[in-house]
Design a protein around this ligand. Structure first.
Ligand code: UDP
Ligand code: MG
Length: 327
């Protein structure tokens, strides 16, 4: 029996990339005939022609499993839907915009055969990102890793090969809020990193703007650390100590120099400063309480409208296509 390799690809408004994606994957699959490849393509509520193109791709490639989510649930949910269905011995989440070169699969599989349970693709440069994006990404990872026990490796995205054991471990994690990078890191396992050059998007444009990335960063931090909650105890202690000291100074000054009425300005400033500090503290609390609120509702991570499983057991994709053509 050939080992099975499942690719999990989320598609959100990727019309224009669909056919090229499957073409590239088919070429790679053809060059690795010792494996049986399959692709689980998750349509994450696209508003363009993506779904129709996916249906067309599946009519050509019998090794494609299609899942249509009922609306846009976000990349993390789409990946979860794909991982839930991946039955391969090795599973590889991959972006459908061709930024993650499928050609890296050969090297990933070689590392896996040598005993790695996770093969991480580490991007060697971030040339496709703007300068601001680079700086904010780096500082996010620094900050995240400083305050949480789970260390997320830098310059590593969702592009990775995972042994089926790792995928099974991921399925055990019950949270609804799924910061995949953190979850991947949390499960652990024997990990090898290989470098790759991230490509430009084949067509279309990125769905992640500054606000979405900021929220993803908040998600990452609140999912894996309670440090932002605990820090307020120490901020409070520090401020109280300062206040006590200041009180002592006022008492001393009054005793030594006589009655002293401090100015309106200093009262105003300290009042506003402390008000601000308290509001920040409440805001941080709110971030966590909001997440608890969403989490306890136990809503499903995604809903499926339509699903088309593989046409038949996966053989070697290209050979199978030729058989189909002949039939
Ligand atoms: N994606 C998705 N749902 C979303 C946003 C993105 O499934 O709500 C998919 C998208 O189709 C692509 C991948 O996630 O395959 C990465 O998205 P994108 O290229 O927009 O992000 P970037 O590469 O800029 O981080
Ligand atoms: Mg992209």
């Amino acid at each position: 029996m050939k080992k099975r390799v499942s690719l999990v690809a989320p598609f959100y408004n990727e019309s224009g990339n669909v056919l090229e994606f499957f073409r590239r994957v088919a070429v790679v699959a053809d060059s690795l005939p010792q494996y049986a490849f399959e692709v689980i393509a998750v349509n994450d509520g696209s508003r363009d022609a993506t779904w129709n193109e996916l249906l067309e791709a599946r009519s050509r490639h019998p090794w494609v499993h299609l899942v249509d989510l009922s609306r846009n649930f976000g990349k993390e949910a789409a990946l979860t839907a794909g991982l839930d269905r991946a039955r391969g011995d090795a599973v590889v989440p991959i972006d459908s915009d061709l930024q993650h070169p499928p050609e890296l699969l050969g090297e990933m599989l070689a590392q896996w055969e040598q005993g790695a349970e996770v093969v991480l693709g580490r991007r060697t440069d971030r040339d496709t990102d703007g300068r601001l994006q680079k700086i904010s990404a780096t500082s996010f990872y620094r900050f995240h890793n400083m305050i949480s026990n789970v260390k997320v490796p830098m310059d590593v995205g969702d592009f990775r090969l995972m042994d089926r054991r790792v995928v099974q471990a991921l399925r055990l994690l019950p949270e609804n809020h799924r910061f995949m990078k953190g979850l991947f890191a949390w499960v652990g396992f024997r990990t090898v990193t290989i470098p790759y050059t991230i490509a430009k998007r084949h067509a279309g444009k990125s769905n992640f703007n500054g606000w979405k990335l900021w929220n993803l960063a908040l998600e990452g931090i609140t999912s894996f650390s309670t440090a932002p909650l605990k820090i307020w105890t120490y901020v409070g202690l520090g401020v109280s100590a300062l206040a006590l000291l200041y009180a002592a100074v006022i008492v001393l000054r009054t005793v030594v120099q006589g009655i002293d009425v401090p100015g309106y300005a200093s009262l105003m400033v300290s009042g506003m400063f402390l008000g601000g500090v308290q509001l920040i503290g409440i805001g941080v609390l709110g971030e966590y309480v909001g997440r608890i609120y969403h989490e306890v509702k136990r809503r499903p991570v995604y809903l499926v409208r339509e699903e088309h499983e593989f046409e038949r057991a996966v053989l070697h994709p290209v050979r199978q296509e030729r058989e189909l053509e002949r039939a």
